[in-house]
Design a protein around this ligand. Structure first.
Ligand code: MG
Length: 272
């Protein structure tokens, strides 16, 4: 992994660097001199943000990433999904919820499971389940400013449809700051976490994954971006165990972009 640069973890080497650093999780190369740590045993370490400093394509998931989970939009969507499954498959609520969970685990989304196993038409389904109230969302000026300051392309890529992302970004005061919004329809309804879905989106965008960063609240959806060479930021609670495909983790996206990432990028620009 390219960040395993042999950074010494002694207090002296870290002192003075903390302001430029963020806590990341990474696997150390076996030939590193610091400690004989095998690749199978990821370590936590303070590191600077070398890869993020080169990024020129910033890709954000939408739900629970560009708004806080406390808005609980997904509760509304889940209710509508359950109603859809009950009606279309003629099953009781318990079975509908069980199927939704099963499809989410196996296929990545309920939609993908419904398409694979029941050949449903995705467009009407997506319209129906995203007919929700956005009253819980508030405008976020600080987040808007932080995203605007990022150098390069700014993208939303969601497993929902584009119209949902457009509504949500408007409600958050983030309208007009993204160069493009990709919904699940732009990946032919193939969902994250499938690698083919990410590859299709990046190819459409003409972007190099090695110069891209992915921000996601679902750790599963960072595995393929990591394999493809993207920088991966988990926006949410720290996972119970360390995962090599989570390069950075934050529970506060605005804080991460404003106080951790942007100062580093500015220093990089000055150095250049
Ligand atoms: Mg999400």
């Amino acid at each position: 992994m390219q960040w395993s640069t042999g950074y010494n973890r002694t207090a002296g080497s870290i002192k003075g660097k903390i302001a430029n650093c963020h806590r990341v999780i990474l696997a150390l190369k076996p030939n590193q001199s610091t400690k004989p740590t095998p690749l199978t045993s990821p370590k936590e370490i303070w590191m600077p943000l070398p890869k993020l400093s080169n990024v020129n394509v910033w890709i954000f998931d939408l739900d629970n990433t560009l708004y806080p989970p406390e808005a609980r939009l997904f509760d509304q969507i889940q209710t509508l999904m359950t109603q859809y499954v009950m009606r279309e498959l003629d099953v009781a609520v318990a079975t509908a919820n069980q199927l939704r969970d099963q499809y989410w685990r196996h296929y990545g989304t309920t939609l993908s499971g419904l398409m694979h196993e029941h050949d449903i038409d995705p467009a009407p389904y997506l319209r129906e389940i995203h007919d929700i109230s956005l009253a819980n969302l508030t405008q976020d000026r600080a987040l808007s400013q932080a995203i605007r300051k990022l150098p390069g392309r700014k993208i939303v890529y969601t497993n929902g449809p584009k119209f949902h992302a457009e509504r949500v970004t408007q409600a958050r005061g983030l309208g007009g700051i993204f160069d493009v919004i990709y919904g699940i329809e732009h990946a032919d309804y193939r969902p994250k976490p499938e690698r083919a879905a990410f590859e299709q989106i990046l190819k459409q965008d003409g972007s190099d994954p090695n110069l891209a960063a992915m921000f996601e609240d679902d750790a599963r959806n960072l595995s393929a971006p990591h394999e493809m060479g993207m920088a991966c930021v988990l926006v949410g609670p720290k996972p119970a165990s360390t995962l090599a495909h989570i390069h950075h983790q934050t529970e506060d996206l605005t804080d991460f972009l404003t106080n951790v990432l942007t100062p580093g990028l500015s220093r990089r620009a000055e150095a250049d």
